[in-house]
Design a protein around this ligand. Sequence first.
Ligand code: HEC
Length: 69
Amino acid sequence: MYKIVVSSIIIVSVFIFTTSFFQKYDLPKSIARGKQVYANNCMNCHMDDGNGTPDIFPPLDKADYLKKM
Ligand code: HEC
């Protein structure tokens, strides 16, 4: 029983280490994907520069709401 527990912990750790090691975080690609999501889902209302439309759609750029996070 003890051997099974120890060897499964080792196998899981090695798996997590190797997958995270080979998965590089690519910021420019992530930004490009985010732009696509914004363009498809948010831009109609919040506008392409994120400034919204006064009194209708709030600006996302410098929004108080987002700064709290
Ligand atoms: C149909 C138009 C519309 C679309 C599309 C839209 N929004 Fe909004 N959004 C609004 C309106 C209207 C408000 C204000 C709601 C309120 O104050 O109750 C708002 C508020 C927000 C707020 C809060 C801003 C603040 O300062 O309070 C955030 C953040 C936000 N939207 C993000 C997004 C994101 C991200 C997307 C795309 C995934 C998106 N919105 C798509 C209309 C839209």
